[in-house]
Design a protein around this ligand. Sequence first.
Ligand code: B12
Ligand code: SF4
Ligand code: SF4
Length: 330
Amino acid sequence: MSIEERSRLVRGLALAAGFDEVGIAPAGPVGRAAELHAWLAAGRHGEMDYLRRHRELRVDPCKLLPGARSVIVVAQQYRQTRDGRPASGGRAERAGGEMLPGPRGRIARYAWGRDYHRVLRRKLMALADELQAAIGEPIETRVCVDTAPILEREAGASAGVGWIGKNTMLIHPRLGSFFFLGEIVTTLELRPTEAITDHCRSCHRCLDACPTRALDAPYHMDARRCIAYLTIEHRGPVPADLQPLMGDWVYGCDICQDVCPFNAKASPTRESAYELSDRYPLPPRPLLSELREWTPEQHAAQLAGSAMKRATPDMLRRNAAIAAGNAAAR
Ligand code: B12
Ligand code: SF4
Ligand code: SF4
């Protein structure tokens, strides 16, 4: 099979598997390794020490899989067909059939359905198996979703899946940015896809909308100020000056994506696992009074199968208390 035929095969198999976009990057050192090192040296990663620990692996997929020739990058959209109004169902809405009073928190869209790590990994493993069978010769593959030490947005940008926007998200002209990324690093030689040019141009809506000024310059983020970091990654108390700026977010933040014009017309997900359901995990606007009272057992039971279990019970209670304080101040 020629390199072109193999590359077409990869694209065909990935799209048939239900991914919304696929691209191929050459394996090898990424272009912006120096930016990652500078970002870490400035301490802008906060407590996310895992980013420091594997920084040499992160900038070169060949270190992840010796002999790697290509990185297949897939995107899977997750924006739901239903919007996150409180009436959309779920346990926290009712107690004994009664509506409970009090303010509600807000959960970022990416955590509304089932844990994407599991959904995407399973699909990518199946794709790697199919590829292996179709190629008919031994190849090595390593599947990565989020937690592997790889700069996924850099890989996605060099694979032509999107461009890195001023809000630091990978954006696709048609799909917007509400998608997850996953990769198959492989020893198979494939034809790289052409990169997409930056479409942000003179727009700066995301920078203007970010409530905490975490986006302190175009394409640059101080994660220590990002609400996603503060609610999901940061343990211990949130700095007092940032608390009032966090609004009602209790897990993640979507503001710099909600305002992006490329998300306005993007279609919703085709993956039922990411849709809101009465089982997974919480309504997107949970009652703060309920979140604040959860026991560790309730936390484990309610968040089984959800990406939200990354936050400890203490962190969720802390986030709910901050959101309640902000609601009271309003
Ligand atoms: C750590 C992390 C975070 C941190 C830090 C975010 C950040 N901007 O770095 C926090 C907790 C804040 C976070 C938040 C979110 N995250 Co996150 N996160 C990650 C993780 C695990 C590592 C990212 C990383 O290495 N950051 C370090 C920085 C320096 O690297 P980078 O973001 O790739 O940045 C590169 C570019 O900025 C570039 N660069 C530097 N200067 C310049 C200048 C120009 C002009 C250009 C073009 C580029 C450029 O160089 C950098 C290094 O190569 C990735 C998964 C992965 N393994 O990559 C997911 C990932 C990036 N996150 C994801 C998601 C969904 C989110 C949230 C939307 C979740 C939410 N709703 O709350 C938010 C979005 C916030 C935002 N605006 O970025 C998705 C993004 C998908 C996409 N379409 O881009 C990823 C890819 C996970 C996945 N598998 O889908 N995240
Ligand atoms: S996710 Fe929220 S806090 Fe973080 S950069 Fe975007 S708008 Fe700012
Ligand atoms: S809001 Fe505007 S500047 Fe920000 S990422 Fe979207 S297009 Fe780019």
